[in-house]
Ligand binder design. Structure first.
Ligand code: PLP
Length: 418
């Protein structure tokens, strides 16, 4: 097994794959009598021991509810949670902690904006722009809002290489366009959208923009101030943190004007029989007991990722991506979806007419985990006129040797179906 990234990679000496793998206990699993090859990283990343330890440390030593009591454990828990907020703020270079809202994940962050921005800023006849490459999380909430409020939902299309068609996107704006919601990185195609350009075009047309960074944060440095986006959303579990927690970043002046969308404890200032006044940001949007251990785990994930040279990680993942694409390309009946130059290590494909689920089941017998199906991208599948795809998604803890094993499995599948 390769121990360090090859020397032709920029920053190859900045990390050792073998050392990194030691951080992830689950990578040692034996699956169906073979060492696990985990190529389902776009679905969720494995968790480093630092994240597992941080969560356990909270439960073993500091377990209490936050923002409520005056006792020591509660103060410690609150300090740990707010320290995680500061780590996230710094990680995406937001201006203020008040701009970082903890949610249950990307899905809830988008639903929050749809409900709250929808209620506060939209009226019947207004227009929202999304695209055919959106995950259902960035699709269904807008359709629901459209139906509830009588809005018009417009769909930007993609070019054959999987890039967003910028001319088409730009042509969709009218004076009624209020909001744009687009993926920073596509979860099926891996395309890295030119987020700054998307933001510029939205703002030139007087619309606000939400970027779905769910597949971006683990692979690219994200700077919300540089992007100038109005909202940025992501899930902890896609960036080595736990499930059940995510982030909504929003510009403070916008969040301030938006009504709360869930009522309950934590989000109030005063409650009387007649009426309720609300807490300041960020708590106005954080009703109920938050996932405290998970937020602390997210803070640890941010710290874990931040210790690396992100450019070196990206270069290495790109190297593995190209290796895997080369193996796939050796097969004559291979269709690869998404060939944009700027693309993270997410590779989706179909091998002839072999059903994606059959492909995934066969390689699973050899210990290789890939995803099969529509990847919560049914509109994208309709665009390609296919029921599904196989998706291999890589991470910097994957190795050349694993790509070799995947290449051998391709031969197995080809033999079985020949
Ligand atoms: N957006 C994108 C681009 C995704 O890839 C995903 C999950 O795969 C989501 C949104 C939804 O994330 P979650 O299920 O963590 O809320």
């Amino acid at each position: 097994m390769m121990t360090t990234a090859p020397s032709n990679i920029v920053g190859f000496d900045k990390f050792s794959v073998e050392d990194v793998r030691q951080d992830f206990p689950c990578l040692d699993r034996i699956v169906n009598s073979n060492p696990l090859v985990y190529f389902d990283n776009a679905a969720t990343k494995q968790k480093p021991r630092a994240v597992l330890d941080a969560m356990q440390m909270f439960y073993e030593n500091h377990c209490a509810n936050v923002h409520r009591s005056a006792h020591t454990l509660s103060n410690e828990a609150t300090a740990m949670l707010e320290a995680a907020r500061e780590k996230v703020r710094d990680f995406i270079n937001a201006d203020k902690q008040s701009e970082i809202i903890f949610t249950r994940g990307t899905t809830e962050s988008i639903n929050l904006v749809a409900n709250s921005f929808g209620q506060g800023f939209l009226k019947p006849g207004d227009e929202i722009i999304i695209s055919v490459m959106e995950h259902h999380s960035n699709f269904v909430p807008w359709q629901m809002l459209r139906d509830r409020m009588g809005l018009n939902l417009k769909m930007a299309t993609i070019a054959p290489d999987g890039n967003l068609d910028l001319d088409h996107y730009e042509s969709l704006f009218t004076e009624k366009t209020r909001l744009v919601a687009l993926a920073h990185v596509s979860n099926s195609l891996g395309t890295v959208n030119d987020a700054k350009k998307l933001v510029q075009i939205a703002h030139q047309n007087g619309a606000k923009i939400l970027l779905d960074g769910c597949q971006a944060v683990a692979h690219l440095p994200v700077d919300v101030k540089d992007l100038e986006c109005d909202f940025y959303v992501f899930s902890a579990h896609k960036m080595f943190g736990p499930t059940g927690v995510g982030v909504l970043y929003g510009k403070e002046d916008l969040l301030d004007q938006m009504p709360p969308w869930q009522g309950g404890g934590e989000m109030i200032d005063q409650v009387t029989l007649e009426k309720t006044t609300y807490a300041d940001l960020p708590h106005k949007f954080e009703a109920g007991t938050p996932p405290i251990a998970e937020i602390i785990g997210l803070g640890a994930a941010v710290e874990y990722l931040s210790q690396f040279d992100r450019v070196a990680l990206h270069e290495y993942e790109t190297y593995l991506r190209d290796m895997l694409i080369e193996r796939l390309s050796n097969h004559p009946e291979m269709a690869i979806y998404g060939t944009a130059n700027n693309k993270v290590s997410i590779i989706s494909f179909n091998m002839g007419d072999i059903h994606s689920s059959d492909f995934a089941s066969i390689v699973d017998k050899e210990g290789i985990a890939v995803r099969a199906g529509h990847h919560c991208n049914q509109p994208l599948m309709q665009h390609f006129n296919i029921p599904g795809m196989v998706r291999a998604s890589l991470c910097f803890y994957n190795t050349e040797a694993e790509i070799d094993r995947f290449g051998q499995s391709l031969e197995t599948v080809a033999r079985l179906f020949s």
